[in-house]
Design a protein around this ligand. Structure first.
Ligand code: ADP
Ligand code: AMP
Length: 274
């Protein structure tokens, strides 16, 4: 396997220690804006040492630098609409080819359309992340079976999403996320880590939020259908405190590839459909 998954789970207990040596493979976090994908991605990064790939962050970086892509994306993002698929493929492919993705990565905000999900599967099939192991010709079309993504859907109530989005603040220096309702900084509007003045995302305004949630309903819901049809989708109740959601996600990642198929794990409240 390209990303062999070492059994590290002790029966009945999920270790919370760092596990930065194992191959994690692709982890995909799905869920509407505000579901907690960024928050949870950072925790996955800390535990497993794999990078977070947030297409929203990549796009905002292009906008800030005023690149050609940034100029095209800027107005679309400000309206809360999705950037066209064809513009996304190049930035995602380039990022996934970087060396730090070899043991795996967390995708946050991608795929967002069924076409993007199909593109990603094709990309994972033909690309070699672990360049130190087998050559492309050795693994042929078996790659996706050897290395299925872990696909986790974060489920959150609509009213809670609105509070999370309108209350979201972030540090422009270190990227740390806050929420004025749920995770306020120690000092109003200042980052706990570096004291920077926290910022509100341009698209976290109420008039844009409804458009983003509508884009999710009409386009990104189809992505969950796509992975459900592949029996890869694991739905998690993310309407709970951050730590509890994290524990569930770690449990899913740690048991991925080892678990039985198509069963409900009643202890953790997750539904496994893979
Ligand atoms: P997404 O990346 O899915 O858009 P974020 O991770 O940015 O979502 O979270 C949106 C907001 O909700 C942030 O302000 C974050 O601090 C807050 N948040 C994230 N997870 C939780 C949670 N489990 N409970 C309460 N607030 C949360
Ligand atoms: P996010 O930070 O994930 O909420 O993304 C912010 C905005 O970036 C979205 O509202 C879209 O306009 C754009 N965007 C991010 N990821 C994608 C994607 N995979 N496909 C299309 N547009 C995207």
């Amino acid at each position: 396997a390209i990303f062999p998954r070492r059994e590290i789970r002790v029966k009945g207990a999920i270790s919370m220690a760092n596990d930065t040596a194992r191959n994690v493979g692709p982890v995909i976090l799905l869920g509407p804006p505000g579901a907690g994908k960024g928050t949870q991605s950072k925790r996955i990064v800390d535990r497993y040492g794999v990078p977070q790939i947030s297409t929203g962050d990549l796009l905002r970086d292009h906008v800030a630098r005023g690149t050609e892509l940034g100029l095209e994306a800027k107005a679309i993002m400000a309206r809360g609409e999705l950037v066209p698929d064809e513009l996304m493929y190049g930035i995602v492919a380039n990022r996934l080819r970087e060396a730090d993705c070899q043991r795996g990565f967390v995708l946050d905000g991608f795929p967002r359309t069924a076409a993007q999900a199909g593109w990603l599967d094709a990309f994972l099939e033909k690309e070699v992340f672990d360049k130190g192991s087998e050559k492309r010709s050795d693994k042929g079309s078996e790659y996706p079976q050897n290395c299925p993504p872990v696909v986790i859907q974060l489920l959150v109530d609509y009213t809670q999403l609105l509070l999370r989005l309108t209350g979201r603040r972030s540090c422009p220096t270190c990227g740390r996320l806050y929420n004025i309702h749920f995770q306020p900084p120690l000092v109003d509007e200042l980052c706990d880590v570096d004291g920077s003045k926290l910022v509100i995302r341009n698209d976290d305004r109420e008039e844009v939020i409804s458009g983003r949630l509508a884009a999710y309903e009409t386009q990104t819901r189809l992505v969950t259908d796509y992975y459900r049809a592949q029996r890869r989708l694991v739905a998690i109740n993310a309407d709970r405190p951050v730590e509890e959601v994290t524990a569930q996600i770690f449990g899913v990642i740690d048991s991925h590839g080892n678990d039985s198929h198509g069963r409900v794990d009643t202890r953790s409240g997750t539904t496994t459909q893979s």
